[in-house]
Design a protein around this ligand. Structure first.
Ligand SMILES: [Zn+2]
Ligand SMILES: [Zn+2]
Length: 222
């Protein structure tokens, strides 16, 4: 979740634990949701967006690549059928993200790039000097070159120490963070079998493993 200066919230993905996470953090408003892909661990909290529409009476913007929008509309078809029964569905406005074509959220440019995730494709995002990249096997070299020196904070997935067919490993993600010369890196989407403390101690000082409720600060411009 990104919290903007005036308290607006942008969410990356609605995980299965989305409702519990929002209660834990006391979040009462969400203006935008950006989807990385539609594996169930990233979108099955979708229905709980409806509580935020109850609260605000303002539809929530959903930003995703075409294939992921199509998938959301298939999986949660009830939300997109035209029934007069007010207020019981997640009320959203769909926005298709075009790779390479930036869009703007609260005055900050958002850039999307596609990455391989096994048989699936994920979208990775750069919001001003902040990057969110999860569930990728690798990131394109030209992207790392383009983002080099432009990133203050990156939150990126790293599943475990060993390599994996569809996910970047922790060492591979550390290499990405170092390659783009981010000031701080957070590694998320951790496998349950990792030794959190031992790995944490082995990381460079500007890189840490994520934990539930972790909060970091990133400027709006570099
Ligand atoms: Zn995942
Ligand atoms: Zn995935």
């Amino acid at each position: 979740m990104l919290t903007f200066p005036e308290g607006q919230h942008v969410i990356f993905d609605t995980a299965t634990e989305f409702r519990l996470q929002m209660i834990r953090e006391g979040v009462r408003n969400i203006e935008h949701v950006i989807y990385t892909h539609t594996h169930s661990d990233h979108c099955h909290g979708f229905d709980d967006l409806r509580a935020f529409f109850f609260q605000s009476d303002v539809p929530i913007f959903i930003h995703a690549a075409r294939q992921h929008l199509d998938d959301l509309q298939t999986r949660f078809s009830y939300a997109f059928q035209n029934t007069a029964y007010h207020g019981t569905k997640p009320k959203v406005i769909l926005h298709e993200i075009i790779p390479g074509l930036a869009f703007n959220i609260f005055g900050v440019d958002v850039e999307m790039a596609s990455a391989h995730h096994g048989d699936a494709t994920t979208s990775v995002f750069k919001v001003g000097p902040f990057v969110y990249a999860t569930d990728f096997k690798s990131l394109p070299e030209e992207l790392l070159e383009r983002w080099k020196g432009q990133v203050h904070t990156i939150v990126a997935s790293g599943l475990k120490m060993e390599s994996h067919p569809t996910h970047s490993s922790i060492p591979e993600t550390v290499a990405i963070i170092e390659k783009i010369k981010a000031k701080q890196g957070v590694i998320t989407h951790l496998g349950h079998e990792i030794d959190y403390h031992a790995i944490s101690e082995s990381l460079p000082t500007n890189i840490q493993l994520a934990f539930d409720g972790l909060s970091v600060v990133c400027p709006l411009v570099l």
